[in-house]
Design a protein around this ligand. Structure first.
Ligand SMILES: Nc1ncnc2c1ncn2[C@@H]1O[C@H](COP(=O)(O)OP(=O)(O)OP(=O)(O)O)[C@@H](O)[C@H]1O
Length: 354
């Protein structure tokens, strides 16, 4: 389902595209914050343009939630300045939605009213968002009884009631959500971004980062370790498809096939899993560029292999390395020569899935 078929959340007169990206939508300069006697944010400077998405990544305790709370105005910085010229509402879905004794529907209604959304519009928005996030009967359940993922959906919906424009702050928005709900959130946020909504979010989902981020700030112990831009993410190249194939033949034949196919354009990695020491069957896990996947599947079949499964789109961001400060497109490992080993071990060409 594509949000906006009713055009309700589109602000009249606002262009859908070509939103001017002002570097001064939100600016933090040298912001520091102590909590419990500890310096948890150290001289953070950050700019969010209008219609830009900034993603904060970092290990637990690196300061992401504290930074979001400062942007939301829940915490005041001890040092530095926060300047916001973004027009429109400031919306937030931060961690820890209180489990108040309301049903989801009651809670969303009250939150919308507090935010000043007119009743007719509010009713429409609650209806559309609850459908989009597949809330179903959970609308009539009390918040304390909701599952973690469902509570997260309610949290996101309450943040989105004012509609696009302004600034939205999201702490791990996809956490606990099922795949359809994750996809719904990402496509809605993509649409909101195009309509000029500035987004700041702590998120560790590589595909979210790849699709949404204009800037990525890597936090480490309260500092900005690295900052990456959209152009850095563009170096990631196109999305990746995983193919699982069954290959048959003698050791020599399989090695020949491997040598031939591993060099094909668009092949990024191949893991070889031998079924048994004596047998002539191997499972190969492939990582290939999407644009070459049909061609490579054809080559596998032509080599006498069969396709066990094809999985869609994997992000090329290596999160662990990103958190350590490496460039988003940098991958570990080099291609190694193929060899055959027992089933318990696997071979890898060109690094690994990790
Ligand atoms: N109210 C508080 N009092 C004292 N220390 C706090 C408080 N809130 C957070 N901290 C500390 O501040 C540091 C940063 O916490 P924060 O929640 O911002 O990190 P985070 O990057 O969001 O972590 P996580 O990924 O686990 O959510 C941590 O060391 C945390 O223990």
């Amino acid at each position: 389902m594509k949000w906006g078929k009713h055009e309700l959340l589109r602000q009249p007169g606002k262009p859908k595209n070509n939103v001017q990206k002002l570097m001064a939508g939100v600016s933090l300069r040298q912001v520091s914050k102590h909590l419990g006697g500890e310096l948890v944010l150290r001289e953070i400077s950050l700019d969010v343009g209008v219609g830009e998405c900034v993603v904060l990544v970092g290990r637990n305790g690196s300061g992401k939630s504290t930074l979001l709370r400062i942007l939301a105005g829940f915490l005041l910085p001890d040092g530095g300045s926060v300047c916001q010229t973004v027009k429109g509402e400031k919306m937030y879905a931060l961690d820890g939605l209180p489990r108040l004794p309301f049903t989801s529907a009651e809670y969303l209604w009250e939150m919308g009213r507090i935010r000043g959304v007119r009743p007719t519009l509010l009713r429409q928005r609650i209806h559309e968002l609850s459908e989009l996030f597949f809330l179903g009967t959970a609308m009539d359940q009390k918040l304390p009884l909701l599952s973690k993922g469902t509570l997260q959906k309610v949290n996101l919906i309450q943040a989105m009631l004012p509609g696009p424009g302004g600034l939205i702050l999201l702490d791990e928005p996809l956490s606990g959500l099922d795949i359809p709900a994750q996809q719904a959130v990402v496509s809605l946020l993509q649409q909101w971004k195009q309509e000029g909504t500035s987004i700041v979010t702590a998120c560790h989902e590589p595909l979210f980062i790849e699709r949404m981020a204009d800037q990525v700030y890597v936090l480490q112990k309260g500092r900005v370790l690295r900052q990456w831009s959209r152009s850095d993410l563009k170096e990631l190249g196109e999305p990746v498809i995983r193919i699982h194939s069954l290959m048959t033949g003698s050791d020599t034949e399989l090695s020949d096939t491997y040598s031939k196919l591993a060099e094909q354009k668009g092949v990024l990695d191949i893991y070889r899993h031998r079924e048994s020491n004596n047998g002539s069957e191997e499972f190969w896990d492939w990582k290939v560029k999407r644009s070459r996947s049909d061609h490579i599947i054809g080559m596998i079949l032509a080599a006498g292999g069969s396709i066990v499964s094809v999985l869609q789109e994997e992000s090329q961001i290596h999160m662990e390395r990103l958190l350590k400060g490496h460039h988003p497109s940098e991958h570990p490992g080099e291609r190694v020569a193929p060899s055959t080993r027992p089933h318990s071990q696997s071979e890898v060409a060109g690094g690994g899935f990790s």
